[in-house]
Design a protein around this ligand. Structure first.
Ligand SMILES: [Zn+2]
Length: 169
């Protein structure tokens, strides 16, 4: 695989909307204050696709749009510009969201006991669920044993620590 340098703005656009957004983002960096039509012709994408990604990026404050009159045709068009100083903020917000989800998951793992019968196709059950079934798997009939989630908790903790360090930077 070839690893190429890619602008953070382009990367973020790709994370949000995939390859089409990457093309739109690159076009925006190459041609500041481009119109929808200019971006469409630069990327080869349909105008509808270009507009959809532009409005989305605009809605996330990653680009700005200025309404100007097209001197040749007289009607109004938007000129779009990448807000590259917003990309770091966007990444930070995403990281915080992931961090919160991981913390919630860890909290759940720490406050619940899990039981499992050992059959790969059967479900992992909570303590309440296991108790209701008299610690016998309702699917296969084997005994439900306490599941050790220490490893999972450790990996959650590790990931949380890593994200917290990245957020401080
Ligand atoms: Zn089972």
């Amino acid at each position: 695989m070839k690893i190429e340098y890619e602008d953070t703005f382009v990367k973020v656009a790709g994370l949000i909307g995939g390859p089409d957004y990457v093309r739109v983002a690159r076009a925006l960096l190459n041609n500041e204050n481009a119109t929808d039509e200019e971006i469409a012709s630069a990327t080869g994408l349909k105008i509808k696709t270009v507009r959809k990604s532009l409005y989305d990026l605009f809605g996330r404050s990653l680009i700005t749009g200025v309404r100007v009159r097209d001197p040749k045709r007289g009607w109004f068009v938007y000129r779009w510009k990448a807000q590259r100083d917003q990309t770091d903020g966007f990444i930070q917000t995403q990281r915080k969201k992931v961090l919160n989800r991981l913390k919630q998951r860890l909290d759940y793992e720490e406050t619940h006991e899990f039981y499992f019968c050992g059959t790969p196709t059967c479900l992992t059950r909570t303590f309440e669920d296991a108790m209701e079934n008299f610690f016998k798997c309702p699917t296969c009939g084997k005994a439900l044993n306490r599941l050790d989630n220490a490893e999972l908790k450790n990996s959650l903790l590790w990931k949380i620590k890593q994200l917290e360090e990245e957020l401080v930077k």
